[in-house]
Design a protein around this ligand. Structure first.
Ligand code: 5IU
Length: 267
């Protein structure tokens, strides 16, 4: 199964340039930690990106919670991504018709296509979500880099309406058809969500010392998400953001997620 293969091996099987880049980045930097930088001040995000940068493969943003956004913010964030060698994922969860998502991705205040290596999208509208996002990438947005999408096949919160049939249909969009070169991975909670080893499984809901929050989030340990749930990358937000030392917490989550991965492929 895909979970037994090394990231180096899976890089050779990837159909998406971003999946390949991400597998190789994880293997060389020895980290499968994604930091969810859910902070509302741009300086706070830049600070945490600089402090935690050495420990992460992906920094995940929610750009629409930033209260003091201006165009210099993504430029500074990109500089930190280059300095520390991580990718930037905007967790926008696009979900509209193709024409609208192409505008939401490329235009507006945030111009996400200009700076995010990766974005997330719901599979609800079907394949046209991929075509719409592709259409949102203008020549000037690219500056030589490729882009990729993570499709949502499952959510981590309790009471989600996504069922097994929906998950399967979402994975199918990621593995069959003309736009699969644009799909870098799948956001889900279980190894059976998809089989193709060239896609990256990103799994949120990781925290060492809590099992739930007050608003429906459900947490698992780093070992559980990697070894039982099939996660390639574990997403950690408050487990790091609310720690006394964010740097020590990032190092701890990195160490435990990475050890869980090396154990997984060794067994
Ligand atoms: N996130 C989830 N669950 C999901 C998806 C995304 O928690 O199923 I898709 C996001 C939301 C938040 C981060 O940005 O991952 C988790 O943050 P905490 O570790 O603070 O719960």
């Amino acid at each position: 199964s895909r979970t037994k293969l090394s990231f180096e091996h899976r890089a050779t099987l990837a159909k998406s340039e971003l999946a390949k880049q991400l597998f190789l980045l994880m293997a060389s930097k020895k980290t499968n930690l994604c930091l969810a930088a859910d902070l509302t001040q741009s300086e706070e995000i830049l600070n945490i990106a600089d402090v935690c940068g050495p420990y992460i493969c992906v920094l995940k943003t929610h750009i629409d919670i930033v209260e003091d956004f201006n165009d210099s913010f993504p430029t500074k964030l990109r500089a930190l991504a280059d300095k520390h060698n991580f990718l930037i994922m905007e967790d926008r969860k696009f979900a509209d018709i193709g024409n609208t998502v192409s505008l939401q991705y490329g235009k507006g205040i945030y111009k996400v296509a200009n700076w995010a290596d990766l974005v997330t999208a719901h599979a609800l509208s079907g394949r046209s979500i991929l075509q719409g996002l592709k259409a949102g990438i203008t020549e000037n947005a690219l500056d030589g880099r490729k882009r990729g999408v993570f499709l949502l096949a499952e959510l981590s919160n309790s009471g989600s309406l996504i069922d097994a049939k929906y998950s399967e249909a979402a994975s199918k969009i990621a593995t069959e058809g003309g736009d699969i070169d644009f799909v870098a991975g799948i956001v889900c909670q279980s190894a059976k969500c998809f089989h193709f080893p060239g896609l990256v499984q990103l799994t949120p809901g990781v925290k060492i010392d809590d099992t739930v929050d007050q608003l429906g989030q459900q947490y698992q340990t780093p070992e559980h998400v990697v070894q039982v749930r099939g996660a390639d990358i574990g997403v950690v937000g408050r487990g790091i953001l609310q720690a006394k030392s964010v740097e020590k917490a990032a190092a701890l989550y990195r160490d435990r997620l990475w050890a869980a991965y090396t154990d997984r492929i060794a067994k």
